[in-house]
Design a protein around this ligand. Structure first.
Ligand code: AHR
Length: 327
C-alpha cells in the first residue's frame, strides 16, 4: 500500500472510529461546483525554476484555453507564504475552482481550508498536503499526480540490478517538507535497504534546484570521496551533481552513477550521453486530466481520492528512441 493510500486508510479508519464514538459527529461538506457555460479557475503554481514546472504550467494554460476557461495564474516563486496569499487572492476574486500545487505539505493547509470555507472546491495538483490535516473528498476534491513512493522505489530497483559493485550513495533530496521529497526518499530508502549491500552515506536537501544541487553535491563529494552513486530527487539537482562530479575530476556515468526523477529532455539527453544512468519520469502534462476531473466534478460525479498519473522510465536501452517525446 502506498504512503498516500495507507495514510488515507488510517485517517478514514480514524474518522469512522470517531463517528462510532460520538454517534452524531457530522463531516463538513466539500463545496459543490455548479454547472456553468464559462468558468473562472485559479492555478496556484509553486515556482517556475525548472523545465518540469514550465511544462506543467504550459499544459494547464493550453488546456484552459482549449476549453474556453479563464485561468487566473499565480507563481509563488518558491515561497509557501506567497502561495497562501495567492490562494487568498483567488478566493477574493471569486474563482469557481482552485488548482493548487502545494509547495510543502503543512504550510498550505490554511489555504485549502480557507477555500473550503469560502465554498470554492480545491483540486491538488502534483504535490499533496499532510493527510492528517486535510483529506480528499472532505477538505479538497482530489489529488492528481504521480506515485512518488513508486518513483523512488523504481530508481532503487534499477540500481539493485545495475550497480555493478558500486554501493555508496549520496542522496540529494527535494524541497524539505514537500510530498515528493518525503515520498521519493521513503520509496528509495526502503527499497534500497531491502535490496541490501548499499550504504546511503549522506542525504541532504538541494531544494529541487540545479545550483543548490550542485553546491550540496560538491560538499558531499568532498566529505565522502568514496561515494560512487548519486540519487537526485529531480533532474535539476542531478544535472547540478554532474557539474560537481566533473569539477571533482571524476566521470559521471563511470566513476559515479547518477540517477534521477522527472524525465525532462536535458536529463534524457544526459542518459543518451551516458552521464545519467537512469531516469524515472514524473509526468508534468496535467492539463487534460485536471480539467476533465473538474468537469466530472461539476456533473456531480464522485471523484476518486487520487487520480494517478503514469510515468515512463528511461535508461540506455530506450533513451535515444524516446527522447523526442520527453518534455
Ligand atoms: O512535484 C514534482 C516535483 O516538483 C518535480 O520533480 C520537480 O522537478 C518539481 O519542482
Amino acid at each position: 500500500m502506498s504512503r498516500f493510500t495507507r495514510r488515507a486508510f488510517l485517517l478514514t479508519a480514524g474518522v469512522a472510529g470517531a463517528l462510532a464514538f460520538t454517534g452524531t459527529m457530522a463531516l463538513a461538506e466539500l463545496p459543490a461546483l455548479a454547472k456553468k457555460d464559462k468558468y473562472k479557475v485559479g492555478f496556484a503554481q509553486t515556482e517556475s525554476n525548472n523545465p518540469w514546472r514550465i511544462a506543467q504550467t504550459n499544459s494547464m494554460k493550453a488546456e484552459a484555453e482549449k476549453n474556453g476557461i479563464q485561468l487566473v495564474y499565480t507563481d509563488a516563486a518558491g515561497s509557501a507564504a506567497k502561495q497562501v496569499a495567492d490562494v487568498n487572492s483567488m478566493i477574493a476574486q471569486g474563482v469557481d475552482v482552485i488548482f493548487l500545487a502545494p509547495r510543502e505539505e503543512k504550510p498550505l493547509i490554511p489555504a485549502v481550508m480557507a477555500a473550503k470555507k469560502a465554498g470554492i472546491p480545491v483540486i491538488l495538483l502534483d504535490r499533496s498536503v499532510d493527510p492528517s490535516l486535510a483529506k480528499p473528498g472532505e477538505d479538497y476534491v482530489t489529488f492528481i499526480g504521480s506515485d512518488f513512493i513508486a518513483e523512488g522505489k523504481r530508481v532503487a530497483e534499477w540500481l539493485a540490478k545495475n550497480a555493478n559493485g558500486k554501493s555508496k550513495i549520496i542522496e540529494l533530496e527535494g524541497t524539505t517538507g514537500s510530498s515528493p521529497a518525503n515520498d521519493r526518499k521513503k520509496g528509495f530508502d526502503d527499497a534500497i535497504k531491502a535490496a541490501g549491500g548499499f550504504d546511503i552515506v549522506a542525504s541532504q536537501s538541494g531544494d529541487f534546484a540545479r545550483d543548490k544541487g550542485r553546491q550540496v553535491a560538491e560538499a558531499l563529494l568532498q566529505a565522502h570521496p568514496d561515494a560512487d552513486i548519486v540519487y537526485a530527487h529531480n533532474d535539476e539537482m542531478a544535472i547540478g551533481a554532474i557539474a560537481a562530479i566533473e569539477a571533482a575530476g571524476k566521470a559521471p556515468g563511470k566513476d559515479v552513477l547518477v540517477l534521477s526523477i522527472d524525465g525532462g529532455k536535458e536529463a534524457v539527453q544526459a542518459v543518451v550521453d551516458g552521464k545519467i544512468a537512469a531516469v524515472v519520469e514524473c509526468n508534468p502534462r496535467f492539463g487534460p486530466k485536471a480539467f476533465e476531473t473538474m468537469m466530472r466534478y461539476a456533473k456531480g460525479e464522485k471523484i476518486e481520492p487520487w487520480v494517478i498519473n503514469t510515468d515512463k522510465f528511461y535508461d540506455s536501452t530506450n533513451a535515444k528512441d524516446e527522447i523526442a517525446d520527453a518534455y
